[in-house]
Design a protein around this ligand. Structure first.
Ligand SMILES: [Zn+2]
Length: 210
């Protein structure tokens, strides 16, 4: 999932770097790439390849930056999600900074990487919530999506251990958004056809301008 606040990054800037660095940042597929419509397959091997995939996904997500990423978004149709809601760390000292010619402070973020393998949605609540969602595969575009406010989720970790937890708030929204990717569904698929067309046209215009 993309950040709530629009990021003023150049659309083409991310890709050019991939060829030149050792960092395992992978290319994020963007609409209308048909590979985003794939149904992802369950993970059966909890091995080093899976660890490498997850490490690369975090690297890619932090670089974008975003708060959630599904493996299919980097072209690997497996049921693997990474999420980090990156809250500000209230205990950390603000870091003084002077870019833009102004002296100011940044509040460091505390990384909270979470991996969800073979996730399942168990008990979506009747109660709904609205969140202004974005997606790294639909860059710079945001739209309000209605989803269950609370869920119970079951998933496996990198060692294949099963976990189960009740969730609400942004984590519940983000996990549902990422789980949609496993079925080939994007957040714009939840919008009316008119709204979806408007979003895609806007994105097309932005790409031409970039
Ligand atoms: Zn997404």
């Amino acid at each position: 999932m993309g950040l709530h606040q629009p990021q003023h990054r150049h659309l083409a800037s991310r890709r050019s770097r991939d060829y030149l660095t050792q960092m395992a940042i992978r290319e994020i597929l963007e609409v209308p790439d048909p590979r985003l419509k794939q149904i992802s397959a369950p993970v059966t091997q909890f091995d080093d390849d899976l660890r490498t995939l997850v490490a690369d996904m975090f690297e890619t997500m932090y670089d974008a930056p975003g708060i959630g990423l599904a493996a299919v978004q980097v072209g690997v149709p497996l049921r693997v999600l990474v999420i980090d809601l990156q809250p500000d760390d209230p205990d950390a000292e603000p870091v003084p900074c002077a870019h833009d010619g102004h002296h100011h402070h940044h509040q460091p973020t505390k990384r909270e990487p979470q991996v969800f393998i073979n996730p399942e949605l168990l008990e979506p609540s009747e109660e709904r919530t609205i969140y202004n969602e974005g997606c790294l595969s639909v860059p710079e575009m945001y739209a309000e999506v209605v989803r269950p406010a609370r869920i119970r989720a079951r998933w496996q970790d990198l060692d294949g251990q099963t976990h189960e937890e009740d969730m609400d708030g942004l984590l519940a929204t983000c996990l549902q958004h990422e789980m949609d990717h496993l079925e080939g569904i994007l957040f714009i698929d939840h919008l009316s056809r008119l709204k979806r067309t408007m979003v895609l046209k806007k994105l097309e215009k932005l790409r031409r301008a970039a």
